[in-house]
Design a protein around this ligand. Structure first.
Ligand SMILES: *[C@@H]1O[C@H](CO)[C@@H](O)[C@H](O)[C@H]1NC(C)=O
Ligand SMILES: *[C@@H]1O[C@H](CO)[C@@H](O)[C@H](O)[C@H]1NC(C)=O
Ligand SMILES: *[C@@H]1O[C@H](CO)[C@@H](O)[C@H](O)[C@H]1NC(C)=O
Length: 310
């Protein structure tokens, strides 16, 4: 069947406009876009080998040695499995986020505005055919599908930045309105949580204060503990088998790029809570773990050789 004319037009417009739309930060442009932004919260319950929900949370720019010495992050490590041999991919931030979603940095070496061509696949291309719902939640992004950067208009501080969004650099996401609609903010996280409509695959980016980028390790550590603690006793988040990976995008440029990483959530067996695992993992292990859990094949990138968490 031919798509209806409006759908076809929308599709063509979307393709042409991918990543050059929804970037304006003017007050009225944002208000207008927010009023009409498509937001979707599909759910699913595809059974996995070890978990039915996978939650990734990235904090910013700390070496393993520093992060593990932080009181709140050390506490969280006692609540799950501490991964003592986990590495980021490269420097600076952006290619680490890109790699977490696509299995490669795809030549991205900086934090500037980049576009990765529409034929390049991400984990989303493996999740969707399997019927596994997905969504990313980016704190303070002004509306679903927004593609620019956002400052806090009361204080002028950096707030939401696209370099910390794992999917927005991919044209395969931004040229597809239905996919953009699953790139949401924390208002939507709260709504989806309350409505029991969280997806099975999630990526969480706190804002530039909470992730430690523009603040401190201490701020990031207390944000992580305060944000996660109630969620770990909320059945809409942690019911069934949920695996949470809390880590950092990268270490400092002086270090080995080993970063803190801990596995939390109901998918961690009681006997494993408080243990350590010294298997070598990296951000490529995120895709590998998801592929292994749901039998999704692979992206043919760094995910292939990476170790899965289970
Ligand atoms: C979050 O996104 C929703 C959906 O686009 C929007 O209605 C809401 O105003 C946004 N929240 C904030 C704090 O910008
Ligand atoms: C980040 O979010 C917190 C609430 O979680 C808020 O207090 C803070 O002002 C936000 N940071 C910026 C730069 O807007
Ligand atoms: C930890 O390490 C072992 C290898 O020694 C591995 O087989 C196991 O599944 C790992 N993962 C977890 C989450 O315990």
């Amino acid at each position: 069947m031919m798509p209806s004319a409006p759908l076809l037009l929308l599709g063509l417009f979307g393709l042409a406009a991918g990543q050059t739309q929804y970037t304006s930060t003017g007050t009225s442009a944002v208000a207008a876009a927010r009023a009409t932004a498509l937001t979707l919260s599909p759910t699913s319950s595809v059974a996995g080998l070890k978990f039915e929900r996978f939650v990734q949370i990235f904090l910013e720019n700390q070496d393993y040695s520093a992060a593990i010495a932080n009181t709140n992050l050390a506490y969280l490590a006692t609540q799950g499995i501490k991964l003592t041999n986990y590495f980021a991919i490269t420097h600076p931030s952006q290619p680490n986020y890109v790699a977490a979603a696509g299995g490669s940095a795809f030549g991205v070496t900086g934090d500037g505005f980049v576009r990765i061509g529409s034929t390049t696949k991400t984990i989303v291309d493996l999740l969707e055919p399997a019927g596994i719902s997905w969504g990313i939640y980016q704190e303070d992004m002004p509306y679903s599908g927004f593609q620019g950067n956002w400052i806090n208009h009361a204080t002028g501080a950096n707030d939401y930045v696209r370099k910390h969004n794992p999917l927005v650099s991919y044209d395969s996401i931004t040229s597809n309105a239905n996919r953009g609609a699953k790139c949401k903010n924390f208002t939507m996280f709260a709504a989806d949580l309350a409505a029991n409509k969280l997806p099975q695959w999630l990526f969480i980016t706190p804002n530039m204060t909470n992730d430690g980028h523009d603040s401190s390790l201490s701020t990031a550590g207390s944000w992580a503990r305060n944000w996660l603690t109630p969620l770990l006793s909320n059945a809409n988040f942690n019911g069934g088998r949920t695996l949470v990976v809390l880590t950092f995008d990268e270490g400092t440029t002086l270090g080995t790029n080993q970063v803190y990483a801990v596995l939390l959530g109901s998918a961690v067996a009681a006997a494993q809570v408080g243990t350590s695992n010294s298997t070598r993992y990296s951000h490529y292990s995120l895709a590998k773990t998801v592929e292994t859990n749901w039998g999704l094949g692979n992206l043919g990138q760094g995910d292939v050789a990476a170790n899965a968490f289970f």
